[in-house]
Design a protein around this ligand. Structure first.
Ligand SMILES: Cc1cc2nc3c(=O)[nH]c(=O)nc-3n(C[C@H](O)[C@H](O)[C@H](O)COP(=O)(O)OP(=O)(O)OC[C@H]3O[C@@H](n4cnc5c(N)ncnc54)[C@H](O)[C@@H]3O)c2cc1C
Length: 380
């Protein structure tokens, strides 16, 4: 088989890339090792910048169709909790917080790509790649490609293969974080809003999101932290007084927080989404980065110029956002700064709401102090 672009992984990064290529008439093949629709551990926070990115990719009409299909909930309140589950601040961001169903969302994207004439093979595993000859082995046949897109998630097979074959020239991303998550029935835990809990796990946070009919509970363990993440999750569930806990087996997944690739390419291979480590360190947000980097990779290929250089230029905004998120994450890791935050957060709910809206929902690149100044200026 021959194809212009072989895309490994049909999450939002791979699907966005495939859609953009098909729209430009570039032939591609999208494969995934799982059978679709597939479950994906994800809290489903779909920020305004993700919404804009999807709208730009699929157009207004199809965007509405996608959201009608995948929307779980729109939550009004954003709440932060400190030590012993004490409510620090409860605020109402200017726009409701959108939560989506990942299984339905990812399937919709793949279906849209197929409707454009795209080829998709699920249940399909790559066994080897010859990066020089540009061929990938899939079961008993080979695919020859001009471009390869590694969209195969945090624990990328393509990345591991390149690191094994070219240890001197290819640099892997740093170790990933670990996330635990369960979705419990509303009757077993009811909590409105989008709720973030500090001081449940060291230097990180846990969450409880209201997702119509279900309550999503999760936490993040950062790399280089040595504690039992299963026990921490069980303790959190107990503290929340979740009923019938035996119904909900714990599930975990890797998330490449603070570990993006400086050069998300190698020869004719471009890394996108989690495979490139494009995840925002403060919030663990990755859907936006997946959609946007997938689209950028496609545009770099469509341009027919120096694909790697173009892709690197395009993803600069993403890495700037990630670097900024890393600074906030570092602040969270400093006890004195965290205590300062605990003391002041409750007194300024409108600032927390402004910060959430500009920095997290909309991806503004302003520094923290510029945000503070702008906030007080707007208030006046
Ligand atoms: C617990 C948890 C909660 C999260 N909550 C949020 C949130 O609320 N909001 C947000 O924006 N982000 C969230 N994220 C992050 C978000 O889920 C990811 O960043 C996003 O899914 C990345 O998309 P992707 O397409 O890069 O990878 P994925 O969605 O992981 O897709 C990768 C695909 O590649 C396939 N694949 C893997 N290996 C191979 C192979 N060898 N061959 C073929 N196919 C392969 C997989 O089957 C999979 O379908 C969360 C993550 C976790 C773990």
């Amino acid at each position: 088989m021959k194809t212009n672009t072989l895309i490994i992984g049909a999450g939002p990064a791979g699907a966005a890339c495939a859609i953009r290529l098909m729209q430009a008439g570039v032939e591609c093949l999208l494969i995934d090792k799982q059978s679709f629709p597939r479950q994906k551990l994800c809290a489903g926070l779909f920020t305004q910048k993700s919404q804009k990115c999807l709208r730009a990719l699929v157009g207004n009409e199809k965007y509405d169709e996608c959201m009608n299909n995948s929307l779980r909930n729109e939550e009004e309140s954003f709440n932060l909790y400190g030590k012993d589950h004490k409510l620090l601040v409860s605020c109402k961001p200017p726009k409701p917080i959108t939560l989506i169903d990942r299984e339905k969302f990812d399937q919709w994207l793949v279906n849209f790509y197929i409707s454009l004439g795209g080829q998709f093979k699920d249940n399909t595993q790559i066994t080897d790649i010859d990066f020089v000859q540009q061929t990938a082995k899939i079961s008993d046949y080979e695919v020859q490609y001009d471009h390869l897109i590694a969209a195969d998630g945090a624990n990328s097979f393509v990345e591991r293969l390149l690191a094994k074959k070219y240890p001197d020239t290819f640099k892997k991303k740093r170790k990933s974080s670990m996330c635990m998550e369960i979705n419990v029935d509303k009757d077993d835990l009811k909590m409105d809003g989008v709720n973030i809990f500090f001081d449940i796990v060291p230097d990180s946070y846990a969450w409880v999101f209201n997702k119509t009919g279900k309550t999503c509970i999760g936490l993040v363990k950062l790399p280089d932290h040595d504690f039992d993440v299963n026990s921490a999750m069980r303790r959190f569930i107990q503290e929340l007084k979740v009923q019938h806990v035996e119904k909900y087996p714990l599930r975990g997944a890797m998330l490449p927080i603070g570990a993006y690739m400086e050069k998300p390419y190698h020869w004719n291979t471009l890394f996108v989404g989690d495979a490139a480590g494009f995840v925002e360190p403060l919030t663990g947000e990755g859907i936006y980065y997946a959609l946007q980097s997938g689209t950028y990779a496609a545009e770099a290929i469509i341009d027919k110029g120096d694909t790697n250089r173009l892709y690197l230029e395009k993803t600069k905004y993403l890495t700037q956002l990630i670097d900024k998120g890393q600074k906030y994450q570092n602040m969270l890791e400093s006890t004195s700064k965290r205590n300062l935050f605990y003391r002041h957060a409750g007194k300024h709910p409108n600032f927390i709401s402004y910060f959430y809206d500009t920095q997290i929902e909309n991806g503004c690149l302003d520094s923290f102090w510029k945000i503070v100044l702008k906030y007080f200026f707007c208030k006046k």
